[in-house]
Design a protein around this ligand. Structure first.
Ligand code: N01
Length: 511
C-alpha cells in the first residue's frame, strides 16, 4: 500500500452505504450538494441488509413502513419481506437515484480527524485504490449501530476445532446437513435462524442446541404474502399504498404510550406471548424456561410464529444452564454437561453502546469520540451532532433507535436535518457548525428525563439498550413524529459557528 496517500477535497464525506448513507446521498444530491463521496467497507449498498444473510433473515417491521417515504415499493412479496428482497430494493433505489458514481466500496475509514486550520475533516480510508485521504467539509456517519458483531467472551472458544461464525457473518460454505449445531443467543437474529436450522437439520438427521441466557417475549405475527391484486392496487391506485403505510405507522405509534408511560399496559403483550407459548409448547418445563420474568418491552419484543414450535421440535434442545466453556469439540455448561458440537453459531448481537467507528473519529481537542463517550455515555445534540466534533453528523446517533417502529422514519428525519445544515452553512458562508455544550446537555437531560418512566429503563431486564452506567443511550423515548418535529429545521442558534476562513483565518464566533 502506498505510503503517500492520494488526497481529495470533497464537500461531504458519507460513511456507510446502508439505509442511512444511501438516504444522505440521495437527499444531498437532490439539494444540489453534489460534491460528496460515500465510502462503504462492504462490497455493495444495503448495509445490514447486505451483510446479514443468515437463513430466515427478514424484516420485523412491516415492509410497507420499512422503506423510504420517497421510494415506495409496490412489489413487496410479503408483509415482512425477506433480506434478499430488502437488499435488492436498496440496490434499485441506489441505481435509480443516479448517485452511485460517488460510492466507493470495499473501503474502510481508518482515521478521521478534525483539522482546525483547514476547517475540515481529514479522513483516511483504505480500499482497493490504496490509501485515500479526503479533506471534507462535513463528515456524515451512517455507519449503523448494529454493524459490528459482538463475539461472546467464553473460555476456550478460540480453541474450538469446528466451524464458528456470527449470525451477521453467515458462512454459506459450511454444509450443515446432518451436523450438530449450537446456537448461542436467543435474540431477534436467533429467533429467525433457529427455525430454519431446525427444519434443515430435521431433514438430514442433524441437531440444534440453543443456548439461552435470557428468554424474550415473542408474540405471533401476521404473516402473509401480498396478492397480485393488492400489488396492482399499490402500483396503480393513487394514494392506496401510502394510505396503508400511514395505517401501519399509526398502529405502531399508538403503542408508544404503553412503552413510554404506562409499562403496566405491557401485561397485554405478555398475555399474547404466553398464548403463543401455550399453543406451540406442551412441556411445562420448556414453557417455564421460555417465559421471561421481566416486563415485556424492556428488551425488544420479538415476533415469530416459528420460534416456539422450533424449540419444541425433537431435534432441538433449549439449554438454559450457563455456558462454562467451549472445548475443541463441545460446549460445556456450568452443571458439567458436555454437549458435542460440529458448528457453533454465535447470535450474540452487536456493539451498540460502544460503536467501533467512534474509535476512529478524533475531535477538536484531540480526543476520540470513543474516549469522550466512555467518560459519560453516548450523547449528541438531537441525536445527531456532537460538541467537540464540528461538522460531524451521526445518523442513527445516541437515543435515536426504536423499539417499536421503522428506523427509516428516524433516518429520513435526521437526513433532512443534515441537508438543512448544509444549506444553512452555504447560505451563511459558514465553514464550521458545532453544537453548544449547553444545548447538547439540555437535550441529553430532557431525553433522560423522558426515558426514566419508560419500560426500556424500568422493565427489570439487562438489555443492549443500556450502557455501562445503566443509562438508555440507545432508544428515542417517545413518538417518532415528535423526533421529526425537533429536527424539522436546522437551529443555528444552538450552534457555535465559524465563517469560511478566506483568505485570513478568523476567530471563532458564537452565533
Ligand atoms: O442480538 P441481540 P440480535 N453468552 O443482542 C445472547 C436487530 N435485528 O442479533 O439477552 C450467552 O438482540 C443475549 O442474551 P441476553 C434488532 O434491532 C433486526 O439477535 O443478553 N448468550 C441475546 O439472547 C435486534 O434487536 C432484525 O441475556 C449471550 C443474544 O445473545 C438487534 O438487531 C433481525 C452472550 C443477542 O441478542 C440485535 O439482534 C435481527 C453470552 N456471552 C436483528 N452474549 C429484523 O428483523 C450475548 N448473548 C429487522
Amino acid at each position: 500500500m502506498s505510503a503517500t496517500p492520494s488526497r481529495r477535497n470533497v464537500d461531504h464525506l458519507v460513511v456507510g452505504a446502508g439505509f442511512a448513507g444511501l438516504a444522505a446521498a440521495i437527499k444531498l444530491d437532490e439539494a444540489g450538494e453534489r460534491d460528496f463521496v460515500v465510502v462503504e467497507k462492504d462490497s455493495d449498498v444495503g448495509g445490514t441488509w447486505h451483510i446479514n444473510t443468515y437463513p430466515g433473515a427478514e424484516c420485523d417491521v412491516p415492509s410497507q413502513l420499512y422503506s423510504y417515504s420517497f421510494a415506495l415499493n409496490p412489489d413487496w412479496s410479503k408483509v415482512y419481506s425477506p433480506q434478499q428482497e430488502i437488499w435488492a430494493y436498496t440496490r434499485r433505489v441506489a441505481e435509480e437515484s443516479g448517485t452511485l458514481d460517488r460510492f466507493v466500496f470495499d473501503t474502510a475509514v481508518v482515521d478521521a480527524r478534525w483539522d482546525d486550520e483547514q476547517q475540515r475533516w481529514v479522513v483516511r480510508t483504505e480500499g482497493p485504490n490504496g490509501v485515500v485521504e479526503y479533506a471534507a467539509r462535513t463528515l456524515i456517519s451512517g455507519s449503523g449501530g448494529l454493524s459490528e458483531p459482538r463475539l461472546p467472551d467464553i473460555e476456550g472458544i478460540d480453541g474450538f476445532q469446528g466451524e464458528v461464525f456470527h449470525s451477521a457473518r453467515w458462512n454459506h460454505d459450511v454444509d450443515l446437513a446432518g451436523k450438530r449445531v449450537a446456537v448461542i443467543g436467543t435474540g431477534a437474529s436467533a429467533i429467525q435462524l433457529v427455525p430454519e436450522l431446525q427444519k434443515l437439520l430435521a431433514e438430514s438427521g442433524g441437531h440444534v442446541d440453543v443456548y439461552q441466557r435470557t428468554p424474550n417475549w415473542v408474540i405471533p405475527r401476521n404473516e402473509r404474502s401480498f396478492t397480485a391484486i393488492e400489488k396492482a392496487v399499490f402500483r396503480h391506485v393513487p394514494g392506496a399504498q401510502r394510505a396503508l403505510r400511514t395505517l401501519v405507522y399509526g398502529t405502531l405509534e399508538a403503542r408508544v404510550p404503553a412503552f413510554a408511560r404506562f409499562p403496566q399496559a405491557m401485561a397485554a403483550v405478555e398475555l399474547q406471548a404466553k398464548r403463543n407459548i401455550a399453543r406451540a409448547i406442551k412441556d411445562p418445563e420448556l414453557r417455564r424456561k421460555v417465559t421471561p420474568t421481566y416486563r415485556a418491552g424492556c428488551k425488544r419484543i420479538l415476533i415469530s410464529n416459528k420460534w416456539y414450535p422450533a424449540l419444541a421440535a425433537d431435534n432441538v434442545d433449549l439449554v438454559t444452564d450457563p455456558i462454562a466453556k467451549v472445548t475443541g469439540n463441545a460446549v460445556v455448561t456450568a452443571d458439567g454437561t458436555e454437549r458435542p458440537v460440529d458448528v457453533l453459531v454465535v447470535a450474540t448481537g452487536f456493539y451498540v453502546t460502544e460503536p467501533p467507528i467512534a474509535q476512529h473519529i478524533t475531535g477538536r481537542d484531540g480526543r476520540t469520540l470513543a474516549d469522550v463517550w466512555d467518560d459519560g455515555g453516548m450523547a449528541a445534540y438531537k441525536g445527531t451532532t456532537i460538541h467537540g466534533f464540528p461538522n460531524l453528523f451521526q445518523i442513527v446517533g445516541p437515543n435515536t433507535a426504536l423499539g417499536h417502529s421503522s428506523m427509516i422514519f428516524i433516518i429520513e428525519s435526521q437526513v433532512r436535518y443534515v441537508v438543512e445544515a448544509a444549506r444553512a452553512m452555504r447560505r451563511s458562508a459558514l465553514a464550521v457548525v458545532e453544537p453548544k455544550q449547553s444545548a447538547q446537555d439540555a437535550w441529553t437531560a430532557q431525553v433522560r428525563r423522558k426515558m426514566k418512566p419508560t419500560v426500556w429503563q424500568t422493565g427489570g431486564c439487562a438489555s443492549w439498550y443500556l450502557d455501562k452506567f445503566g443509562n438508555n443511550t440507545t432508544l428515542w423515548p417517545g413518538q417518532t413524529f415528535t423526533f421529526r418535529q425537533h429536527l424539522r429545521s436546522f437551529d443555528l442558534d444552538k450552534y457555535d459557528v465559524e465563517p469560511v476562513r478566506a483568505p485570513q483565518p478568523r476567530e471563532k464566533v458564537s452565533s
